[in-house]
Design a protein around this ligand. Sequence first.
Ligand code: FRU
Length: 495
Amino acid sequence: MISQMLLDARRYEEDAGNRIAEMDRPGFHLSPRTGWMNDPNGFCIYKGRYHLFYQYYPYASRWDSMHWGHAVSDDLIHWEYLPAALAPDRYYDQDGAFSGSAITLPDGRMMLMYTGVRLDKSVNPHREIQKQCVAVGDGIDFEKYEGNPVLDENALPAGGSPNDFRDPKMILLKDGTYACVVADRSQDTSGQILLYTSRDGFSWKYEKVLARCNNRFGKMWECPDFFPLDGKQVLLVSPQDMLPAGLEYHGGNNTLCLIGSYDDSTFDFREEHDQSIDYGIDFYAPQTVLSPDGRRIMIGWMQNWDACAIRGPEAPWAGQMSLPRELWIQDGRLYQRPIREFDALRRNKVEYKNVEVGKEKLYLDGISGRMVDMEIRVRPKNPEVSYSKFVVRFAEEGETCTSIRFRPHESTLKIDRKFSGSRRAILHQRRCLVENAADDLKIRVILDRYSCEIFIDGGRKVMSSALYTDQNAKKISFRADGDVVMDVVKYEIVV
Ligand code: FRU
């Protein structure tokens, strides 16, 4: 039943995973049990617990033939590893079990739907044939369906590509049947999201093209998710090969949120608004789950394909998930905040009010550390006189630091990890627009051992970045060009 390949992976990961010390992992972000992690997969609630699977190569800290790793949690903060769930052990998925999703069937079994990849070397050694497959199980062991694949090239609309046909996200509909959104590439060489329906999860019917990239936002779109939120409908995708557009979209691999209206009787989605999901360096392929109390919770891979070289081959693990975030719509935009379960980890509050910050670097008693939640508010000292720059440095020691810099006259916030200890000439900076903050800048900075996530202006924008600075670099400092006054509330995070 369980293939030798999966048994081998399970034996290996247990051993290798146990050799990684707790202190060498993120404190409250999920990292792979061992080896490589990319996209979150199969994010769901099963028998009262949150399950999260992930794209996984256990044997090295680089991308290779994809397995599915697996973890469970009661609060989305404390994770427990379960044995790897899928290995690429069948003809149709021999070159990888790519991203997908999970649902619970009416008989209580969990169903996974994923993309089975096989290289068709007859034409080109890198040409992939991608098909959707399912596997059913008890939440630990899964049996691949004998009727696999359940969606292949025959289920594509005219001009659809069987080589870029991946990342099925299943959705339970009100009447107990299912829909599924799958990413594909159309004749115009850019992405399209296809919609399928099914009564039982095994047999699927093509319905329509739900959304088209039309070469507007990058090329291929990966990892779609589609859900109602606050009276609107949201489509999340991760575009590849994007061209930058102002400070809204950076180039390369990016994330895109389309907000619109949806008629579920005709499957008609009308876009009304577009934005980036995360404006930092590392965030990709997010997936959401609906919590029992009705919150739409999103988690993403806190890494960027264009910056993977930040982790060297000697690292025992590579890739981590973002903090799970609650989503809502405000002023027509997607807003995010860390899930409220996270607030329970805040300890040892340190608070300063009306601290004057100027040219001299300022260190404050009790404000340091690498597992930290810190809320900062900044305004000009004299409301009539604006300042030109405000800078927070963290994970700092000597020359080493990562910084957040706000320039009110440009309305830009920048994250810069150039001096974070990276020896790679890769992407180290990103900026985003933060308007109307010259008189009152509000940021919440969440630091874990290997990352920072900045929630700006009550969650209107978020910037996430991985950093691999030595853990001894713990200082936090503040400085400004011009005179500002700052309030800061800082908590230690204790898991
Ligand atoms: C996105 C992605 C998916 C694919 C997976 C392969 O990061 O390229 O489209 O399923 O990674 O690991």
